[in-house]
Design a protein around this ligand. Structure first.
Ligand code: HEM
Length: 450
């Protein structure tokens, strides 16, 4: 007979082992079966790693070639897992992010249900960011939940309403309008946080919405929101502008239409169509994520608590069943017609967590595009390698080279210059030395001024 303490240790070990097996084998297989019964299939569950290995392999294969032909049919490169698995298992499928089940939802009506989150209160929440994301965004609006999110959101809504966004622009504008847009994005974000701080001061620590309670943002919270506005606002807008220029460079007829509009100050209709079509084809937020905190029904689908929901926004924007056979073509006029389904075009998200900076982003994109189009004529450079890639946001992997020509004011000659457009950080303009300056991540000095 073994000593009693050995029996206790053996029992404890056995219980831990059974718990482990329950967590990494029994529960996932049960969930897989639960979805299979409802017609949702996918690549089978593998203990512990799930489908992460296949996911990595698919991304590596998609990016193994330096570039692809200059077409807007980009899903195989941007969301290769969706391309592969939706073909095999249908547009709604289940895969495993480690031991976490992830259901991919691409039906606009179901997407609307998920993002509007009108179900049992709080049953669907944001998918937690990875540790790097948390460092970049801070504990700001993008990651907050519950009451704290609601308070921050009310403040941000005030700061970003259209009227205030117009004022922000005035803040950026200096008396010398020639350096109007120097450091546009960081400045505008800084000005916005000024608006936020001033609004806080005016409130004098009073909570406007709930009687009796005194709530203000702590210094740390304001810093976190600054981080959020910077990262949520800069990369996204920079990439939209980059893609818009590239699309206009390859569609001269639209570049001309836009220029015509800018010269005659028609009110930005054509620019609006162009920006929408850019956001449709190249949405910076390529996918959105949520998770269920309670059991919830989506349409006819019963979804258990703890299920991750992945919304392949880019794939929905390119879906020929929704947009027609020309879904992968650049055709801004399609936005002249109203859309039948709300969640067929949602570059800024939908519902309560819709982008807080949407007004600012569109306003900023229109103004920067108008300024460039007014003075510059551009075509795609022969050195451009088309390689859309999803890293934090949807961006051109090797930068976006355009060949631009501009009118020098002292002479009427057109001069040629080679500029790399990748990430817009600074745009400046002065009378004597008229130039566009793009501080880029991939800037190759030898390419410049060719
Ligand atoms: C073209 C540019 C932009 C695009 C495409 C974009 C896209 C998005 C999307 C899709 C979401 C929702 C994410 C989700 O539902 O999971 C979001 C949220 C957010 N965006 Fe933007 N964004 C842009 C510009 C900006 C700017 C300029 C700012 C601020 C300066 C900003 C601040 C935020 C914030 C704070 C949130 C979180 C809102 C919340 O959870 O309540 N964004 N954005």
């Amino acid at each position: 007979m073994p000593p009693p303490f050995l029996i206790v240790i053996s029992l404890l070990l056995l219980i831990s082992f059974l718990k482990f097996i329950h967590k990494i084998i029994w529960i996932p297989l049960r969930i897989q079966y639960h979805f299979k019964k409802q017609g949702i299939a996918g690549p089978g569950y593998r203990p512990i790693s799930g489908n992460l290995g296949e996911l990595r392999r698919l991304y590596a294969a998609a990016q193994s070639s330096k570039s692809m032909p200059f077409s807007h049919d980009i899903i195989h490169r941007v969301l290769p897992f969706y391309q592969e698995w939706s073909r095999k298992y249908g547009k709604m499928f289940l895969f495993w992010y480690g031991i976490k089940p992830r259901v991919v939802i691409s039906d606009p009506d179901m997407i609307k249900e998920v993002l509007m989150n009108n179900k049992i209160a709080g049953s669907i929440e944001k998918l937690a960011l990875n540790p790097l994301g948390k460092i970049l965004f801070g504990e700001g609006l993008v990651v907050l939940e519950g009451e704290k999110w609601a308070l921050h959101r009310r403040i941000a809504n005030q700061a970003f309403n259209l009227e205030r966004v117009m004022k922000v622009r005035l803040c950026v504008k200096t008396p010398d309008s020639r350096i109007l847009f120097q450091s546009w994005v960081p400045d505008i974000v800084a000005s916005t946080t000024d608006v936020l701080r001033k609004w806080e001061e005016i409130r004098g620590g009073r909570e406007e919405f709930e009687d009796g309670e005194e709530e203000t943002l702590e210094a740390e919270e304001v810093i976190d929101e600054c981080k959020t506005f910077y990262f949520a606002g800069k990369e996204t807008t920079a990439n939209v502008l980059t893609w818009a220029l590239l699309l206009l460079a390859s569609h001269q007829e639209w570049q001309e239409k836009a220029r015509e509009e800018v010269f005659h100050v028609y009110g930005g209709k054509e620019l609006g169509l162009i920006i929408n079509e850019t956001l449709r084809l190249y949405p910076p937020a390529a996918t959105l994520g949520r998770q269920t905190s309670k059991k919830v029904d989506l349409g006819n689908l019963a979804v258990p608590a703890g299920t991750q929901l992945s919304i392949p926004l880019t794939a929905v924007h390119h879906d020929t069943d929704i947009w027609g056979e020309d879904a992968n073509e650049f055709y801004p006029s399609r936005f002249n017609e109203s859309r039948k389904r709300l969640a067929s075009f949602f570059p800024f998200g939908l519902g309560p967590r819709i982008c807080a900076g949407q007004n600012l982003a569109i306003f900023e994109a229109k103004i920067v595009l108008a300024m460039i189009i007014k003075d510059y004529y551009f075509v795609v450079s022969p050195t451009y390698a088309h390689a859309p890639t999803f890293f934090i946001s949807l961006q051109p992997q090797h930068g976006a080279q355009i060949l631009e020509r501009f009118q020098i004011e002292s002479s009427s000659a057109l001069s040629k210059k080679h500029v790399l457009v990748d990430s817009w950080v600074a745009v400046s303009s002065s009378e004597s030395d008229k130039y566009l300056y793009f501080l880029t991540k991939n800037l190759n000095p030898e390419e410049e001024n060719k």
